[in-house]
Design a protein around this ligand. Sequence first.
Ligand code: SF4
Length: 174
Amino acid sequence: SGGQRQRVMIAMALACRPQLLVADEPTTALDVMVQAQVLRLIGGLVAEQGIALLMISHDLGVLAGTCDTLAVMYAGRIVEEGPARAVHEAARHPYGRALSAAFPRIGDPASRRAPQGLPGDPPDPAALPTGCAFHPRCPVAVAACTTEDQVLVAAGEAHRAACLHLSAPEGSTP
Ligand code: SF4
């Protein structure tokens, strides 16, 4: 089964006694029960053996439940980073908010029937938009977003995001 293959892969990786485990979409295509088992297995081994874990996934829920820190990337750059639960539940960057909203919420049937999405597609890495690369898809973009590049700024305790609204005067944040 997919779950057994995942466990064998994890065992092979850990047999080399690594200091860092890079898990790229380790639970993709697994049903939720096996996904939970694999995540428990990884979490337990990482804690027991003191291994650092770098997990790569599109599933913010899985990341928030497994990792201490979460970084959101868009167009090849980190646009938000911070404590995993804060980034998942209270994202400050519009892309982070869109990712969170794309997942159905337990106990909210409406979110299952009509998950929210984003217009358009990710940009071509060889021809990134000017300014903030997210501006063609951003629901709160303003004119300056097409010309001003953004860097990570404080967005809460140990939480940073790259959006001009975070450095705009108080009261103007959408
Ligand atoms: S800088 Fe502008 S385009 Fe980029 S995320 Fe913020 S509001 Fe959206």
